[in-house]
Design a binder for this molecule. Structure first.
Ligand SMILES: Cc1cc2nc3c(=O)[nH]c(=O)nc-3n(C[C@H](O)[C@H](O)[C@H](O)COP(=O)(O)O)c2cc1C
Length: 364
């Protein structure tokens, strides 16, 4: 069956996606303790690359040691990690997909348990939840050094042979903390006005661009509005941030919507996609959030996205882009048992992480 979903797409960088189906970034806690890529993590990703995804993102990979937010998180903070990353990049490329590393720093959500130091963020603030560690407010030197860490990680990804990177500015991690009206209470050039709150992200984009070759793809992931631990975000401000990014030359904007069938919180009669589409002519838009079927994916394109990113559907259906060409095919749905996940090339650490997500794992 012919669907726009299976047509190629050329990004502003010049990179060509063979189709418009992406593997969303998925933390899987399968790396070695020191952040090196493991065989389990490689197997999980390459199975999806071979299953036909046109764009394959790694999980959030931390750009500096003290940005680590998860146990056994993939790292890209040191050249010692590059050789295994290079093997992954070659595998993804060999399968015909564009490989993208998601660059991440946890900020307030990088616990001292993992990093050995007090977390930092835009400002010192508190949240009423168990285990919350009050962050210290970053000095300007620390912000500038972290911009440098993002750029160094982008350069490392390019050298390792990846097609690009995505700056993770969604979900309330450090770049999103600076964008936030509530978490960022600074009064210097990194806080206050939206332009100031967006400076960390924009400078990270600029610096990453400067350190990577022409043709290297650089995208940004944003949460349009509050969700979960991301707060202080306003839809109109996020659209404005997207505009600022696009005037810097953005290869894609990735919207993390969590449920593409829902309209925005701010304007219940409006969906986010047409709003971002209208604000960003010429910038490809990726969108993720509860897409399981071909019809749902096509509806996302209709709303204005260029690429549909699959998270949970890709965990359960590694060959989704191949199988979905058949309109009679029905994707597998959760819950699955650990043994069934093992057959889909998820290692035991990933399966135990999936217990955090409702109804994903069945008791055997
Ligand atoms: C197990 C799991 C891990 C995730 N890890 C990340 C991550 O590392 N970075 C990120 O930006 N989003 C992450 N997400 C969010 C997904 O990329 C995606 O946006 C979300 O799951 C909604 O899409 P879906 O309904 O197709 O799963 C994760 C989601 C899940 C379920």
């Amino acid at each position: 069956m012919s669907s726009r979903l299976f047509e190629p797409l050329t990004l502003p960088s010049g990179a060509v996606l063979k189709n418009r189906v992406a593997l969303a970034p998925l933390t899987n806690q399968q790396s070695h303790e020191d952040g090196t890529l493991s065989a389990d993590e490689e197997r999980w990703l390459l199975r999806r690359a071979r299953g036909g995804f046109g764009l394959v993102e790694t999980c959030a990979a931390h750009v500096s040691r003290e940005g680590q937010a998860f146990d056994r998180q993939l790292g890209i903070f040191d050249d010692a990690l590059s050789s295994r990353l290079g093997e992954l990049a070659a595998g993804i490329r060999g399968a015909g997909a564009l490989g993208i590393v998601q660059l991440h720093h946890g900020g307030v959500r990088a616990p001292s348990r993992l990093t050995g130091e007090q977390p930092w963020s835009a400002s010192a603030f508190t949240e009423e939840r168990e285990g919350f560690e009050v962050p210290r407010a970053a000095s300007e030197e620390l912000i500038e050094a972290t911009i440098e860490r993002f750029a160094a990680a982008a350069e490392r990804a390019a050298r390792a042979g990846f097609g690009g990177v995505e700056l993770h500015a969604a979900h309330g991690y450090v770049l999103s903390q600076f964008l936030s009206r509530t978490m960022n209470q600074r009064v210097d050039r990194w806080g206050g006005s939206l332009e100031n709150r967006a400076r960390f992200l924009l400078e990270s984009l600029r610096a990453s661009r400067q350190r990577t070759p022409r043709g290297f793809t650089i995208g940004v992931r944003l949460s349009p509005e509050n969700f979960g631990l991301a707060h202080g975000l306003d839809l109109d401000e996020t659209i404005e941030v997207a505009r600022m990014l696009s005037s810097e030359g953005l290869d894609f904007l990735h919207l993390s919507l969590w449920d593409v069938s829902k309209n925005t919180q701010k304007y219940p009669e409006k969906h986010a996609l047409p709003l971002f589409r209208a604000a960003l002519p010429g910038v490809p838009i990726l969108a993720a959030g509860k897409v399981w079927t071909l019809a749902e994916a096509e509806a996302v394109l209709e709303l204005g996205a260029d690429v549909v990113a699959l998270g949970r559907a890709a965990i359960l259906n590694p060959e989704w882009p191949e199988r979905a060409r058949d309109p009679a095919w029905q994707p597998r749905r959760p819950p699955l048992t650990p043994a069934e996940y093992a057959e889909l090339d998820l290692g035991p650490h990933f399966v135990s992480y999936l217990h955090k997500f409702r109804d994903m794992v069945a008791q055997p």
